[in-house]
Design a protein around this ligand. Structure first.
Ligand code: HEM
Ligand code: NAG
Ligand code: NAG
Ligand code: NAG
Length: 422
């Protein structure tokens, strides 16, 4: 009887256990399927326009988008950079080995200890700005913002990628180099003036040789401009535009409050990881600057017959069907509840895989906001009594007007520091 009872109990228990396993499997697969179902039911191609731009950026427009074909499609439209600057890097080469070597070296610099030591980067940038401001001691009521931002970003680029001691560099050389690069870029887009370009290139190389003696002699593929161009050219414009947008244009109360906190909290908030709320907020200022004023406004690709296609990044970033009030500078739009899947697909400041910018996730957004805060701490903001003049009636009168962001549009912008106003 006892034996019979325990056998019966065992069978009952085994049945119960089997039932539980079956039930949990059922629940598990229901969860998994509903998840897949939900993902599948999110319309991935809500905007044909955005999807078209993505296909250009990720090279899917090519019939066969292997690495060799991708390099060719990118190099063809970038040949003017070879002609003007004599560079040979991932943007201009069709040689897989050259691309890989350059990409590896840049990656090492981007993830090196120096680049990620943000408080030290902040100190280096502050030192640079103090030295630069000493040059303009007589012009504190009319500081040339573009010149000043270019020199600041150029010097910190030398610090980040070439371990240059900023106090050791002649500011005159930094000025010559940044003026030359700007001129060469402008000339590269207009009618070629070979003698002007030649002279500018000679000046640039002479200045670089004095600032970076260890980098010379070099070949096209090891020339320091290979790194300086993608790092510095994109950065100086976005730093200037983000500084002006956050500090001197109309923003809502929340953004104004956040910017005050960011100015207070950077760089300490970056000292130990990015768990900090102020750190996330600070990164969102960089992200919003990059949305409204993407330094790479358009990405050009070419077919083998040299006909071109283009991804209009700026248009994706300002599409009113995707971004509410697209012309407003508002970093909180990156809050999780507000940032939609459509926005994520439309947000392309660093392009996308398989050639997404290696500076996208850490280096660029950190460096941008740190440089913006260095400018704000030292030059001030509208709130702290500084003034910016744009040399353009529309922009001076209407603080909500979108800023023009072409290469030459910022040349006349000046800043008056608080202590010099009458
Ligand atoms: C705000 C700053 C920056 C922006 C907006 C930016 C933007 C971009 C974009 C749009 C691309 C894709 C280009 C294409 O496929 O045609 C790219 C690629 C690249 N960027 Fe950046 N970039 C920035 C900073 C930097 C910095 C600091 C470096 C470091 C030197 C860098 C190095 C590169 C490299 C090596 C690639 C090629 C990646 C590949 O071929 O896989 N960028 N960047
Ligand atoms: C840089 O500084 C070191 C000392 O820190 C000095 O010996 C060297 O001459 C300086 N180089 C230049 C180019 O000024
Ligand atoms: C900033 O953006 C991130 C998402 O990228 C979000 O998680 C975070 O809450 C935002 N923070 C603030 C203060 O806007
Ligand atoms: C002033 O700026 C506005 C807005 O960017 C632009 O449309 C206009 O052409 C500029 N005016 C002049 C005279 O440059």
């Amino acid at each position: 009887m006892g034996l019979c009872y325990s056998v019966f109990t065992t069978i009952k228990l085994a049945f119960a256990a089997w039932f539980l396993v079956w039930l949990s499997r059922l629940i598990y697969s229901l969860i998994v399927y509903s998840f897949i179902w939900e993902r599948a039911s999110i319309p991935l191609e809500t905007s044909p326009f955005i999807e078209d731009q993505r296909r250009v950026a990720n090279f899917d427009f090519l019939d066969d988008s292997n690495l060799q074909n991708r390099l060719i499609a990118r190099a063809i439209p970038n040949q003017r950079l070879v002609k003007v600057f004599g560079i040979e890097n991932s943007f201009t080469t069709t040689n897989i080995k050259t691309h890989r070597r350059f990409y590896r070296n840049v990656g090492r610099a981007l993830h090196g200890r120096r680049a990620e030591n943000w408080p030290r980067f902040f100190t280096a940038a502050s030192t640079a700005l103090n030295l630069i401001l000493a040059q303009f001691a007589d012009a504190r009521d009319s500081l040339p913002l573009a010149v000043l931002t270019r020199e600041l970003v150029f010097l910190t680029t030398l610090y980040s990628f070439f371990e240059v001691n900023i106090e050791n560099v002649s500011l005159h050389d930094a000025r010559v180099a940044t003026d030359a690069i700007n001129d060469m870029w402008v000339h590269s887009k207009t009618i070629a003036q070979p003698d002007v370009l030649q002279e500018r290139r000679r000046q640039l190389n002479a200045a670089l040789l004095r600032m970076l003696p260890n980098e010379f002699p070099c070949s096209a593929a090891t020339h320091p401009m290979n790194t300086i161009l993608p790092a510095y050219e994109t950065m100086w414009r976005i730093v200037l535009l983000t500084f002006i947008s956050a500090g001197f244009r109309d923003v809502d109360q929340e953004t104004a409050d956040q910017f005050r906190e960011v100015i207070q909290g950077v760089p300490e908030c970056f000292a130990d990881g990015n768990s900090d709320n102020v750190a996330a907020m600070a990164m969102n200022f960089s992200k919003e600057g990059l949305r409204l004023y993407p330094p790479t406004k358009r990405i050009y690709r070419a077919f083998l017959d040299e006909s071109q296609v283009m991804a209009d990044i700026q248009k994706c970033h300002r599409d009113p069907d995707i971004w509410p009030n697209p012309e407003q500078f508002r970093p909180s739009r990156f809050l999780p509840g507000e940032f939609t899947a459509d926005m994520e697909r439309a947000y392309l400041p660093f392009s996308i895989k398989p050639h997404k910018c290696p500076a996208a996730d850490k280096f660029a957004p950190h460096a941008i906001i740190i440089l913006v805060v260095v400018l704000a701490k030292s030059l001030g903001t509208l709130e702290s009594g500084a003034t910016v003049r744009f040399g353009n009636d529309t922009l001076d009168r209407d603080r909500s007007a979108l800023l023009p962001s072409g290469r030459l549009d910022t040349e006349d912008w000046t800043l008056q520091m608080k202590d010099t106003s009458v």
